[in-house]
Design a binder for this molecule. Sequence first.
Ligand code: GDP
Ligand code: IMO
Ligand code: MG
Length: 427
Amino acid sequence: MKVDVLLGLQWGDEGKGKVVDVLTPRYDAVARFQGGPNAGHTLEFDGKKYVLRSIPSGIFQDGQTNIIGNGVVLDPVLFRQEALELEASGIELRKVLKISRKAHLILPTHRLLDAAGEKAKGSSKIGTTGKGIGPTYTDKISRNGLRLGDVENAAEAKAKYEEHRNAHLRKLADMGAEADMAALAELEKAWFEAVDYLRTFDIVDSEFVVNDLISKGKKILCEGAQGTMLDVDFGSYPFVTSSNTVCAGACTGLGIAPNKIGEVFGIFKAYCTRVGSGPFPTELFDETGKTIRAIGHEYGAVTGRERRCGWIDLVALRYAIMINGVTQLIMMKSDVLDNFDTIRACVAYKVNGKETSQFPFSIEDGTVEPVYVDIPGWKTPMTGVTSEEQFPTAFKDYIAFLEKELGTPITIVSVGPDRTQTIERRK
Ligand code: GDP
Ligand code: IMO
Ligand code: MG
């Protein structure tokens, strides 16, 4: 049995949470493999809206196993908050959720280091979510991290924590960002309470759980966070997150062998957004950008920040499809463009006056100029459409254009935020 992977192809917020929830009934388990509470995955059904941060988007279906893998970084305080909210709405989380003891923990001082790092960068700051993601992964890679398994034994947790906290305090002092010790003491109290709460969950060696499921012929869906253009290796470095958001991340973040990967669902919006700083070749600074933001409610699920909006970038998408080995595409939020007379798609970049369809080393502002083609809009409200047969001709033409440009079939089209507003195309 192969494991399927669903991941974002742009700069995050493509609608991963919604589609994972829709696909979950076909799987026995859903697993997160990287990222942490920098993610905000929105699900809507039965008139209710949920935003998940660290917990997989498979928890609202029929009791599938949900796994937080070793590649995830976990903030106990934010996890507790998220879990309590879910429990309050009737989800029996403990029955379905398993957490890897190899997942690294975000400490309060990681968040202070994140803030200090951003401050030190000044105008070249990354615009992080401020959740301590970078410093936590830095500790992991430099072999200084604290894992969930390290605090499983309550008697040892404090001493281990303090060792890490003290190293962080020295780092903060070096950066001229001395911590407010009274405020930190409050944060630490909440952190230890949350670790106590975390211990009441099923903490496992998730690589064995995952491989056991595979060998029993069970189906697993891996849920990516962020997007390919935020990948630490292949994204718009240094304006990226600190994990491998690409398909390979599912292997390292869960302990899945590469030859076990089956379908790779690549998810993208019919336009493009980005939150935080960093280059964005097709960004729109005009009224059109504002219109997309307003209609698409493009505000961060985690930070509430305005998302920057622009036209779809097929150069970046082709690159993302290549890196991830995408087998099926899922197009989201095309309904946001329902009223447009003309839609634009970037099909190539001009780099130093030369046209290229290959994603370059740098897309820094001013180095690439998008080459656009204009596509007629469909000018039809699509949010109530329930089958492919009802697609207007101009919309079918748009899909055919994208499939040709991207060399990959679009098998699902989403026309609204609700679970039900999802159309599967015939293969
Ligand atoms: P994720 O991080 O990839 O899970 O995506 P987010 O939840 O951060 O952002 C996607 C936003 O778009 C959420 O507010 C969703 O409710 C919403 N959404 C998802 N699919 C659609 C769609 O097809 N149309 C519209 N209009 N909204 C959608
Ligand atoms: P989901 O899973 C959109 C962005 C931040 C910032 C950069 C680094 O909801 O798609 P970090 O806090 O990770 O160090 O920030 O990455 N970023 C996201 N943008 N969606 C996300 O997650 C993101 N997670 C991080 O805005 O530019
Ligand atoms: Mg999001």
